[in-house]
Design a protein around this ligand. Structure first.
Ligand SMILES: [Zn+2]
Length: 300
C-alpha cells in the first residue's frame, strides 16, 4: 500500500487479458509506481482462449490448466511492473469474433453492460483513482471483442462512479479526474522497422503490422518518457511464459540496449479531462501544441 506515502495519487489501468498490462503501458505504470503513486490493475478476463505461443510450453498439460497458469503469470507480471493491487472482473475470455468461445454466456463480450459497468464502478469508488487508462473506441487494428468491451464499459463507469444515483449499493460516489486511451503510434513501429533494417536483421514489421496502428490520424496527446523502464516491459512480458515466445522477433528481436534508445515512449490519448474544460484540452492537441509528458499534469 503506497497511498499513505507522500504522493497520495492513484493510477488505475483497465485491461482485457493477462499480458495486455505488460504489452501496453508497463513502463509508465512502473515509473508512476517508483514515484510513489499507488497503481491498480483491473483485468477483465482470465485469458483462457490465448494461444500458447511459447513452443517449449505448448503441450496438453499446459492447455488443461491454462486458467490457473495465466493467473499466476499475471500476478508475477504485475509484481514486476510494480502494481500495488490486481482486480479481476472474473469474466471468461471471449476469443475472437465468430469463435466457439465467443458464444459462451460466461464470456466478457456477452456480459450484460450494466453488470460489467457496476463491477468497475465498485472498484473505482473503492480505489479512488485520479487517472484511469483504458482502450479507445478505434480498435480497427486489433478488434478483439474483449478489448472492444473494455472501452465499452470504461467510459460509462468513469461517469457512473461520480453519480450517486448510479449503483448506490457500490459505495460512495467518486469522480476520477482524467481518462486516457492507450495509443499504438505508427512512429513506434516505423522506428523499430528502420532499426531492424539498419542492423541487417529481418524485420517482423511488414506493411500489415505498420497498418495495425489504432488510427489513421495520430490522436496522441500525451507521450510518457519510459527510457529507464523498457526492461520492465520486457521482463513483464516474459513473465507471461505461455503467451510470449522468448525468441519472438516482434517483442525481443532487438537487443534491450538498442530498444532503450529507439522509441522509449508510451503514448496516450487524453479522452476526458475534468481538471479543465475538456474542449480546451482537445483543442490543444488538434492545434499541434506540444504533447503532454505527465499523466498527472493538472493534478499534482
Ligand atoms: Zn488482449
Amino acid at each position: 500500500m503506497k497511498n499513505a506515502g507522500p504522493v497520495n495519487l492513484c493510477l488505475m489501468t483497465i485491461h482485457a487479458h493477462p499480458d495486455d498490462e505488460s504489452s501496453k503501458g508497463a513502463g509508465s505504470v512502473s515509473k508512476a509506481s517508483q514515484e510513489g503513486i499507488r497503481t491498480v490493475l483491473v483485468t477483465a478476463t482470465g485469458g483462457e482462449e490465448g494461444d500458447i505461443l511459447n513452443p517449449s510450453l505448448d503441450h496438453e498439460k499446459t492447455k488443461a490448466d491454462i486458467a490457473n497458469i495465466r493467473a499466476k503469470e499475471l500476478d508475477l507480471a504485475a509484481e514486476i511492473i510494480g502494481y500495488d493491487k490486481v482486480y479481476r472482473l472474473g469474466y471468461r475470455d471471449s476469443g475472437m469474433a465468430g469463435s466457439e468461445a465467443n458464444k459462451n454466456p460466461e464470456c466478457f463480450a456477452n456480459a450484460p453492460l450494466d453488470e460489467a459497468v457496476g463491477k468497475l464502478v465498485e472498484i473505482i469508488r473503492l480505489e479512488r483513482p485520479d487517472v484511469i487508462i483504458t482502450y479507445g473506441s478505434d480498435q480497427q487494428g486489433y478488434p478483439h471483442p474483449d478489448h472492444l468491451k473494455v472501452h465499452e464499459i470504461s467510459v460509462p463507469a468513469f461517469y457512473a462512479a461520480a453519480d450517486p444515483s448510479k449503483y448506490p449499493e457500490f459505495g460512495e460516489a467518486y469522480t476520477p479526474k482524467k481518462l486516457y486511451y492507450s495509443v499504438w503510434r505508427r512512429a513506434r513501429f516505423e522506428e523499430m522497422h528502420k532499426k531492424f533494417l539498419e542492423l541487417s536483421l529481418e524485420s517482423p514489421f511488414d506493411e500489415k503490422w505498420l497498418n495495425r496502428t489504432e488510427s489513421e490520424v495520430d490522436t496522441t496527446t500525451t507521450s510518457i518518457d519510459v527510457s529507464k523502464f523498457t526492461h520492465v516491459r520486457r521482463d513483464a512480458l516474459l513473465a507471461h511464459a505461455t503467451q510470449i515466445d522468448p525468441n519472438s522477433k516482434f517483442w525481443f528481436g532487438l537487443p534491450p540496449e538498442v530498444m532503450d534508445n529507439i522509441y522509449p515512449f508510451d503514448d496516450y490519448h487524453l479522452a476526458i479531462d475534468l481538471t479543465k474544460n475538456t474542449e480546451e484540452s482537445l483543442n490543444s492537441w488538434e492545434s499541434g501544441n506540444e504533447l503532454e509528458n505527465d499523466l498527472f499534469s493538472g493534478i499534482r
